[in-house]
Design a protein around this ligand. Structure first.
Ligand code: BTN
Length: 257
């Protein structure tokens, strides 16, 4: 285990820093599947990912040395498979809470777990669960946050934003990682203690476009509707303005600008 100055119980206590790797999620997944037991809370962070992965097989592109790209190992074997969305909730609320200290306004969580500032993405989460029987054996929580990157290219230019672009100053990456590990641990321990009602309410209250009329696309059609919340399994509840509330799974609905 590497020593560091994190004042957490376990999240980030074993911190492995890499200068370059394909993807910290891949690296941690391989490490966790080796026979040697790996400590819960292990964090792999990289200055540069040359094949960073996002949700829905997208790439995660981040300028080397300027951003936070890391993966965390958790063993939430107290969660049944239908409850796995609670992990998304805990991690996205934790990121939101930490960023709130830097950005008091404009932050939200775009369902299921993108971190947004106004209409731009500042961070994303890729959670990969290993399921054995009806429980989650371990979970690889991959987090990418745009921190000190001063510009974005291609289609990211209009869609992404970094913390330093908003603050007009750079932020210390290790200090921020420490705050994030502390916050994730706190909320994870709450989950482990079964205290997740408030967490769920907090998550819903932070949802991007909550209670606003906006456009969505599903089943080949664009419609206007209002996000009302989430189901127990984490499905997104949208009420079309001219119909009954519908619950959508991850790939079933798109947000339209
Ligand atoms: C998304 O919004 O699509 C999720 C992005 C997750 C990116 C992070 S960066 C660290 C970890 N390693 C990866 O390859 N992906 C995640």
């Amino acid at each position: 285990m590497q020593n560091n100055t994190f004042s957490t119980l376990f999240v980030g206590q074993n911190l492995i820093k890499l200068s370059a790797v394909d993807s910290t999620n891949n690296y941690l997944k391989n490490l966790a599947s080796n026979s040697e037991p790996l400590a819960e809370g292990t964090v792999i962070m990289a200055d540069h990912q040359f094949a960073g992965r996002g949700q829905m097989n997208n790439e995660w592109i981040a300028e080397a040395g300027k951003n936070l790209t890391f993966s965390l190992l958790l063993r939430p074997n107290f969660l049944k498979v239908p409850e796995q969305f609670l992990l998304n909730i805990a991690v996205s609320v934790a990121l939101n809470e930490v960023l709130l200290k830097y950005l008091p306004s404009g932050l939200s969580i775009k369902w299921p777990n993108d971190i947004y500032v106004e209409n731009k993405k500042i961070g994303g989460i890729l959670i990969e669960n290993v399921i054995v029987g009806s429980n989650i054996k371990h979970s690889i929580i991959g987090i990418g946050l745009n921190i000190n990157q001063s510009d974005f290219t291609g289609e990211l230019k209009s869609k992404s934003v970094s913390l330093s672009q908003i603050l007009q100053q750079d932020v210390n990456l290790m200090a921020l990682l420490k705050e994030i590990c502390t916050q994730i641990e706190q909320l994870y321990l709450k989950l482990r203690a079964g205290k997740y009602t408030n967490l769920k309410e907090l998550y819903v209250s932070k949802l991007y476009r909550l209670n606003e009329v906006a456009r969505y696309a599903a089943n080949g059609k664009v419609f206007e509707g209002i996000i009302e919340g989430i189901s127990n399994e984490g499905l997104l509840k949208i009420k079309p303005i001219d119909g009954e509330t519908v619950e959508f799974g991850f790939k079933e609905v798109a947000f339209i600008n």
